[in-house]
Design a protein around this ligand. Structure first.
Ligand code: MN
Length: 759
């Protein structure tokens, strides 16, 4: 017994020693200064702090901080300070040691980073944080102190995603959802391209395991074909590059399963219809630093002599890098087989930046200064400004930030010719707010390329924008509809809120005077009477309207206080007749009954049986899942379980904000129930098309057409069909059979009957 325990312990020790040695070896291979001593000290400290603790997978806990440190070192390119902080990142969180202890042992810098990491750690796995959104806000705030906090946090998340298999399924959705919602965009924003892709793929794999496998195997099956295309396409390019005499390498870039799936979903196309799974990457070493940009364009000129370039698809991120630092020249060329193939041209330096992001920037900067983070620090400054304006609703805040995380950029010019980076789809109003809040809040219009345009005008790259203002102009509520940047939205909301508050206070004064004059008390009951008179929901709304002068207190208001109260019995009759109270009561009775009979064990995967479905579960109206779809359950405020598709955008928000209310659920319906589903078809109009479509559907057993809408325009017809089916298999069979029909070239399931399909 003791012997066995000893061997287990010894085996663990060896595992830990080996893992740490490997970390050290990789660190010593890097270009950083060799500060082995402090790293070893941090490791030994963390090792004894986590002693005897294991992860859910059963392995010793310390292996996790070692793995995070390794990611920080090898995959993000960080140095000894970050490696130490990564090794220590869970010590304050999970043990009795404090930040002061860390500071005494390792100095203020490492302690500060560990402190930042501890502040944002709650709620990632625990149940402590109420809303992940709050956490994200904290995370962005710490980012401002030291960008390394967020980089290590991303390393932490990456390792947790790599080992997600040992978590509870309901936790998996929360973590995977959060990763897709926050961490992948953040990694992207910081230029950590490779990590972003891996985070997305891992989330996808856990949320849609079967679809993931399917795409993987299709990728494998088509690999040989792609290799042939790659060889044939690149042979003449190599010939040209050899002549130019630059050292270079050519790589095949294969689209990731997640982005393939994303494209299939967004464009409603099949795997086979995605034409850009293969792209070609040319990575070269410039003759010298000054020639780097020229070399990019010279390569472009050389290869566009071989293949015809697509006129609209030249993306120049060489002279205008993306905000995350990405630089490359993207061109799309027509192969000899008539296929468009994208070619990405970058130098070795640009390639490092593309894979490792800002960490790579530092590598190329003399003296390792982080002064010149340019775009990144500008972005962080915007975020800081938004955070400085207190926003009560954390979720709103999260959405506005996300708008900026995802946006790709355009370049516009001020009248003085200064260049400004704006997110795509920015309007003239956004531009005004990006220059100055005063300019934004007083603008009346704009001149784009010297032509007068409204504030809602969407800007294009290269536009020159001049903002026209007037002192008497004020922020209008409608502006929120055409502000798209986080900054403009946040400013508009906060200005409007402030104004509303002012009106409200003015209204309260007027109201107080009114009551005084009438000899009435300023109380809830009297306020409610006035609200009822004007059909308003709250006293705040009432005082706002009064302050804003859309309600003037006068005769009508005085009269209601003179009326005698109605007899009680009569009042009762009214409320009963209109059924208000009654329906409310029934509701609460049912939900009580539900609560009593709902015995939720979050550790288990709940089975969705027909019986349960009719009693407690509700199919979400936003995404309308049917049996066979990948779904999850969400416990709402009334203790009912709402079933969402895992990729539903509403569910994505729930995962991020209410991760603890998620349940893993599985369909066990069989063919017992019918569910509505919508299918879209498009093709060339001809005699008998409708006939063959309906025939195919009726061949499928027990499937009924509920609604049908066919529109024909210039020989092309578009059809929308609502069917009642049992499960995903039914829809898939019908879609496959419809696709076989001649003249039909698109068949796809859509969420809502009138969803527009754009190609
Ligand atoms: Mn951790």
């Amino acid at each position: 017994m003791t012997d066995e325990k000893l061997t287990q312990e010894q085996a663990d020790e060896k595992l830990i020693d080996d893992a740490f040695q490997e970390l050290l070896d990789r660190y010593l291979e890097s270009r950083h200064r060799k500060k082995v001593e402090i790293i070893t000290k941090a490791f030994n400290f963390a090792r004894q702090a986590h002693k005897g603790v294991r992860r859910r997978s059963g392995e010793p806990y310390i292996l996790h901080p070692i793995a995070v440190a390794r990611i920080a070192c090898c995959e993000i390119g960080l140095g000894s300070t970050s490696i130490c902080a990564a090794l220590l990142h869970d010590v304050v969180e999970d043990t009795d040691y404090t930040v002061e202890d860390i500071e005494n042992l390792f100095g203020p810098k490492i302690a500060q980073i560990v402190d930042g990491l501890t502040k944002i750690s709650g709620g990632i796995f625990g149940d402590r944080a109420s809303a992940q959104a709050e956490n994200f806000k904290k995370l962005l705030l710490t980012m401002n102190d030291d960008i390394r906090v967020i980089l290590i946090k991303i390393a932490d998340r990456l390792h947790n995603m790599r080992t997600l298999g040992s978590m509870l399924p309901s936790k998996q959705y929360k973590i995977a959802g959060e990763t897709l919602y926050i961490y992948a965009p953040l990694a992207n924003r910081l230029g950590l391209n490779r990590i972003k892709t891996e985070l997305e793929d891992l989330s996808f794999k856990y949320e849609h395991p079967e679809t993931y496998q399917e795409i993987e195997s299709k990728l494998k099956a088509s690999q040989n074909e792609r290799e042939t295309v790659f060889e044939e396409f690149t042979a003449p390019i190599r010939e040209q590059l050899d002549k130019m005499g630059l050292p270079y390498r050519i790589l095949a870039r294969i689209k990731s399963p997640y982005s393939i799936w994303n494209k299939m979903q967004n464009k409603h196309i099949t795997f086979e219809e995605i034409y850009d799974i293969l792209a070609v990457r040319i990575i070269f070493t410039p003759r010298n630093e000054e020639e780097e940009l020229n070399d990019c364009f010279n390569i472009y000129v050389a290869i566009s002599k071989i293949y015809k370039p697509h006129p609209d698809r030249l993306r120049d991120w060489v002279s205008h890098p993306k905000a995350n630092g990405y630089q490359a020249l993207h061109v799309t060329l027509m192969s000899n087989k008539g296929q468009w193939i994208e070619v990405q041209i970058r130098s070795e330096r640009m390639n490092d930046v593309a894979e490792q992001g800002f960490a790579a920037h530092w590598k190329y900067k003399e003296g390792g200064g982080s002064e010149d983070e340019g775009e990144l620090s500008k972005w962080l400054k915007t975020i800081k400004e938004i955070l400085d304006d207190p926003q009560p609703d954390a979720l709103d805040f999260l959405d506005t930030i996300k708008l900026n995380l995802f946006a790709s950029e355009i370049f516009v010019f001020t009248p003085k010719g200064e260049i400004k980076t704006m997110p795509q789809n920015s309007t003239a109003l956004d531009f005004a707010f990006s220059i100055h809040t005063f300019l934004g809040s007083h603008c009346i219009g704009a001149k784009v390329n010297h032509k007068l345009v409204p504030l809602s005008h969407k800007l294009q790259s290269g536009d020159q924008v001049e903002i026209l203002t007037s002192k008497s102009q004020k922020v209008q509520p409608s502006w929120i509809n055409f502000a798209t940047t986080a900054k403009a939205k946040a400013k508009i909301t906060s200005i409007l809120k402030r104004e509303k508050k002012e009106f409200q206070m003015r209204g309260e004064d007027l109201l107080s005077n009114f009551f005084k004059e009438e000899g009435l008390e300023y109380n809830e009951l009297n306020v409610q009477k006035l609200c009822a008179l004007h059909n308003l929901k709250s006293g705040d709304e009432l005082s706002y309207k009064i302050g804003q002068k859309s309600i003037i207190l006068g005769e009508a208001e005085r009269n209601i206080f003179k009326e005698k109260p109605a007899p009680t019995s009569w009042k009762k009759y009214i409320s009963f007749a209109f059924g208000n109270n009654k329906s409310k009561q029934t509701d609460s009775v049912t939900s009580q009954a539900d609560t009593a009979s709902l015995n939720i064990d979050k550790k288990k995967v709940l089975k969705l049986t027909p019986d349960e479905l009719q009693k407690h579960y509700i199919i979400a109206d936003c995404c309308k899942p049917i049996p066979g779809d990948d779904v999850l359950g969400y416990i709402d405020d009334n203790n009912r379980i709402i079933i969402h598709k895992r990729q539903c955008p509403i569910a994505a928000q729930l995962k991020t904000s209410f991760g603890n209310r998620l349940l893993a659920v599985q369909w066990e319906i069989g063919k017992a129930l019918n569910f509505p589903v919508n299918v879209y078809i498009k093709g060339i109009d001809g005699i008998g098309v409708l006939n063959s479509v309906t025939q195919i559907i009726s061949q499928q057993l027990n499937v009924n057409i509920h609604k049908l809408n066919i529109e024909s325009n210039e020989g092309i017809f578009e059809g929308r069909i609502q069917l009642f089916v049992h499960d995903v298999d039914d829809v898939n069979t019908i879609c496959t059979n419809l696709k076989k029909l001649e003249h039909i070239n698109k068949v796809t399931r859509i969420e809502n009957f009138d969803d527009q399909i754009t190609e």
